[in-house]
Design a protein around this ligand. Structure first.
Ligand code: HEC
Length: 147
């Protein structure tokens, strides 16, 4: 009798473990849930902030009106190029005549001289990684959503 109970107990435990591993496998195989995608996005924004801090912050602030060596980047996504009134832009940026949408920003951050020849954003080497640029843009956009 007691040995039968032991066998039943082992069987029960094995079944529970099997079920737990099935749940684990499903979690790996299923596409990321909305919650998962949300935390991945938050992580990307954080990584973008780190990129901003290490590559752009020496010359730019994201606070409205806070111009440094470069113009402030408050609401930069969707802002007209060369639009900060009291900043001394190069004529290249001042006369660029376009709006900084995601594509224009991506090109400029990748290689400013190619995107806007004659610009004065120097010294700046460019960010060759598309992933890094995408995260940086997510960070800049996230600031606008918080306001
Ligand atoms: C060495 C200083 C420096 C660094 C580093 C730098 N910038 Fe700039 N940035 C400038 C200056 C100066 C200008 C103005 C350029 C001009 O007038 O031609 C500028 C202009 C810009 C503009 C155009 C703004 C407008 O109002 O039209 C954007 C966008 C921009 N920078 C984004 C960035 C981003 C994003 C980074 C980091 C990846 C970065 N910059 C790194 C100095 C810098």
């Amino acid at each position: 009798m007691s040995s039968w109970l032991m066998v039943a107990g082992v069987k029960h435990r094995v079944r529970r473990r099997w079920r737990a591993s099935l749940v684990g496998t499903a979690a790996i195989l299923l596409p990321p849930s909305a919650m998962c995608q949300d935390s991945i996005r938050r992580l990307d924004v954080e990584l973008g902030e780190q990129v901003f801090n290490s590559v752009c912050r020496t010359c730019h602030s994201t606070k409205n009106g806070d111009n440094r060596l470069g113009p402030h980047l408050h609401n930069i996504v969707g802002r007209k190029a060369g639009a900060v009134a009291n900043f001394g832009y190069s004529s290249a940026i001042k006369g660029a005549g376009f709006v900084w949408d995601e594509k224009a920003l991506d090109r400029f951050i990748a290689n400013p001289d190619e995107a806007v020849p004659g610009n004065g954003m120097k010294p700046y080497g460019g960010l060759p990684s598309a992933d890094t640029r995408a995260r940086l843009l997510l960070f800049l956009q996230s600031l606008e959503q918080n306001q």
